[in-house]
Design a protein around this ligand. Structure first.
Ligand SMILES: [Zn+2]
Ligand SMILES: [Zn+2]
Length: 249
């Protein structure tokens, strides 16, 4: 199974990551990644970039070294109403908006509160991908979240770093979420969540998890760059993504 899309990566701009965008692109090109989402943390995260960092992404080419660059953000859920920390003007310029819980921003609450926050964010229409939903610090109802993802055309991320360096104890929750998405006919995306260029495009742990729950490959959107772009174009008709067209000619 070849993965064409890495939907979650960080650069030095996040304040606690160690590679530049150019370094990430070089690794992505070497590993056959066709679409690379650069998704530095939203402004509420300590050390994260100012909103102008996101507003200025129009200066970035659509394609570098044969890799399509998806302008993105990993927004923070800031309360249990599912509100986010990203400015509306900036959000509307993003090709892809990830969202998730981070402990520096939200103190964990109840399973019901986490579930409601995620569903509200999905229903807002402002988010495209729910990141690292298996985090045991923020338990949620996998069935309800998977159903909301299907109902609102949102992708559920399987995050490679959740099985290596981050969020210890995520595996069973991620498996439950993937199974629920599979049963309800939803779609997954793979994110390396690389904080170092060497991790870009590495999905060994995601693939092992997918095999363990027998998730259908045709509903892993990261396997199909063309379908991934179609998904984003459908969600963001106000953005011009024609600059990517030559990628899959
Ligand atoms: Zn995160
Ligand atoms: Zn991240």
């Amino acid at each position: 199974m070849h993965i064409q899309v890495d939907s979650h990566t960080h650069t030095v701009a996040s304040g606690h990551a160690y590679s530049t965008l150019a370094e990430n692109i070089n690794v992505a090109a070497a590993r056959g990644i066709k679409l690379l989402a650069h998704t530095d943390h939203g402004p509420a995260m300590p050390g994260a970039p100012h909103v102008w960092f996101f507003m200025n992404m129009k200066v970035l080419p659509r394609i570098m070294h044969g890799v399509g660059l998806l302008r993105g953000v990993e927004a923070n859920i800031i309360n249990f109403h599912g509100e986010l920390d990203i400015d509306e003007d900036a959000r509307c310029q993003m090709d892809i908006v990830l969202f998730g819980f981070h402990e520096p921003i939200v103190t964990p609450g109840s399973k019901r509160q986490h579930t409601e926050a995620v569903i509200r964010a999905m229903e807002s229409g402002k988010v495209d991908v729910f990141a690292h939903g298996g985090n045991p610090r923020f338990p949620l109802n996998a069935e309800e979240v998977a159903q909301a993802a299907v109902d609102n055309n949102v992708l559920i991320e399987i995050n490679n770093s959740s099985f290596t360096t981050s969020r210890v104890g995520s595996r069973n929750n991620c498996a439950a979420l993937a199974e629920a998405v599979g049963n309800k006919g939803g779609y997954l995306t793979f994110g390396s969540d690389a904080h170092l260029a060497d991790k870009v495009g590495n999905f060994d742990e995601c693939l092992a998890l997918i095999r363990s729950v027998e998730f259908p490959a045709e509903r892993i959107l990261s396997c199909n760059g063309t379908a991934y772009l179609d998904f984003l174009k459908l969600r963001k008709p106000h953005l011009d993504m024609s600059g990517f067209d030559s990628l899959f000619g």
